[in-house]
Structure formats: C-alpha cells, structure tokens
Design a protein around this ligand. Structure first.
Ligand code: MLT
Ligand code: MN
Ligand code: ZN
Length: 305
C-alpha cells in the first residue's frame, strides 16, 4: 500500500490558456510555442489501491480530466453504471473547485467531504441539489479531525489563512471570511502511513501551518502568482494576490521563503494562474523556484508515496 497521486489539473481558475486572456503566456501557449503546456483547472485524484479514487476538488474541467485519466474510467466487467470515483473532498467553495460537482450528477454515487462552512454554501445554492442526498452523502470535515474515507484513505481538513469564495464576499474586514472557508487537506494511507498535504489556496504561512507542514514528505502548495502584483502589472486585473487570498511565490513573505526552512522533502506548486512566469520553461522565475527545490505541477503528473 501507499499513495498514488494524479495531478488532474494544475492551473488556477480560468485554466491555461484562459478563454478571454491574451497575456503573453496565454497567447504563446495558444500558439503552441515551445516551453509552455496547456493546463486544466485545479484538481487532484488520489488512491491507496489504484481502484478507488478520491478527488481533491472538482474543477469545471472535470469531464476532460476524467477522460484523460484511464484509472478514473469504469473497468471492463464493472456494472453498467459505475465509477472508480468514490469521494470528492473540497478545499473551499471557489467556482474552480466546486463547479465540476455538477458534472458528476448522472447518478454517480460518491461521498462529498468539505468544511461545514463550504457544505453550508453548497446547501444554500439549490443547483447542487442535483446531487441527491441518497447518492451523494455530505460529510463535514471538522477542522483538525480525521475522517476515514470509503476509499481507504484518512482525510484531515485544517483551516489555513485564506479568503471566502469570491461570490460570497461581504463588505467589511476580511470580506466576511471565517475559519473553514479555506482549508488544507492532509491525506494519509493508514497502512504505510504515507501522507501528503494539498493546499491550493493559501493567503500566507502562519506559525500553526508551518508547524503542521514541517518535515512533510510532500506538499502541493498554492502557486497562483509569482509576484503579488503581477496581474496588475500585466494589465489583467486590478487585484493583487493578497486581495484574492493567495500568497505569492516570491518575496520575503512569499511561500518559497516561508517553506524553505521546514524540511519538506518534496514541494510542488499547483493552482498556477496563467499570468505566472514559472509556467514558462527556461524563464528566470522557473529557474529560481527550481533552484529552491520546488517543482511546477503539470497535468497528468503522477506521484507515488
Ligand atoms: C481563486 O482561486 O482566487 C478563485 O478561484 C477565484 C475565482 O473564483 O474566480
Ligand atoms: Mn482558484
Ligand atoms: Zn493569461
């Protein structure tokens, strides 16, 4: 036993290229220039036995991601309606992490795991009633407690610094963000003890999160932006990473510096926004993260622990 981890989608919301984006990265990847690879939106699949799979987030690109991943297709001899996907765990309520649930509605039976805050947001949005309670039981991830998922995996959700989903923002400090709006997931295979952390959205590393990640074998971490102001600098948006709840990779407060002393064996950036220069092989920024020991996730990447 152990863990098989498949990177289904390594891009942030919008994907790479993004439909309405003509930034240099998007234009070049669209033109098929060497050194850039298209990426779908943020999701991971994980399995202990290779037969039952847990999805971490359900992206709007889920249909394409399943089609590209043979392990997620019904096997010969399986019942006429069946799927190796037995669970979905969510890190937040962002559209790029929940919209794919609507594509899993065709009578698929699976268990949905999310924080109570995110489950409440789904409950308040009647379109998610297409996932009936009988077919898709919803199990709260109580922060800091472990849940044994049907897939033979143990799932722990814990609060991380972050921001409430864009469509739930309120006026006032923190835009109404509360604990549990953004969580990290620790996935463990109890027989071998292999585990890893999945944190595609994180506003910064506080002492608690640093303690939790110290010594980990593998961390998949928020790599949305290289610099806090890159979307403004490229004329794409008026928002900084800080405003969006994403800590930048670079800089003294960035994730590259913050994780450097934590002794994490393998560190991989996920949830990469299309503006991010690390998407460009051979760029100075890509060289910088690789020099610091980081990898940049790509769709189809497989990791075994
Ligand atoms: C984010 O990661 O900041 C969100 O996906 C933004 C969004 O929902 O558009
Ligand atoms: Mn996102
Ligand atoms: Zn772009």
């Amino acid at each position: 036993m152990g863990l098989i981890i498949k990177m289904l989608g390594s891009a942030a919301g919008g994907g790479f290229p993004q439909a309405n984006c003509n930034c240099r990265n998007c234009a070049d990847v669209r033109a098929g220039k060497p050194g850039l690879s298209p990426r779908t939106q943020s999701s991971v699949a994980v399995s202990a036995d290779g037969a039952r799979w847990l999805l971490l987030n359900a992206s709007p690109d889920i249909r394409q991601q399943i089609a590209a991943t043979p392990q997620l297709a019904p096997r010969p001899g399986d019942p006429p309606r069946s799927s190796p996907i037995v669970g979905v765990a969510l890190t937040n309520g962002d559209v790029d992490h929940v919209a794919g649930l609507l594509s899993l509605r065709e009578g698929l039976r699976f268990t949905l795991y999310a924080s109570e805050r995110v489950l409440a947001a789904l409950q308040d949005n009647p379109i998610f009633n297409v996932l009936s309670a009988a077919s898709v039981p919803r199990v709260p991830l109580r922060l800091g407690q472990s849940v044994e998922a049907a897939s033979g995996l143990v799932v722990e959700g814990y609060a991380v610094p972050g921001k409430v989903a864009l469509y739930l923002e309120e006026d006032g400090p923190g835009f109404g963000t509360r604990e549990g709006d953004s969580i990290g997931l620790c996935i463990r295979e109890p027989v071998s003890g292999a585990s890893f952390h999945y944190i595609p959205g994180c506003a910064g590393l506080d002492a608690q999160l640093a303690r939790r990640l110290a010594g980990a074998r593998l961390v998949l971490f928020d790599g949305t932006l290289y610099t806090d102001g890159e979307m403004i600098a490229q004329g794409l948006s008026d928002k900084t990473g800080t405003r969006m709840g994403h800590v930048a990779i670079s800089g003294p407060q960035g994730s590259m510096a913050a994780l450097a002393p934590l002794g994490v064996a393998r560190r991989i950036y996920v949830h990469l926004n299309n503006s991010n220069p690390v998407l460009r092989e051979g760029s100075p920024e890509r060289a910088e993260v690789e020099r610091a020991g980081w990898e940049v996730a790509w769709d189809g990447m497989e990791i075994r622990l």
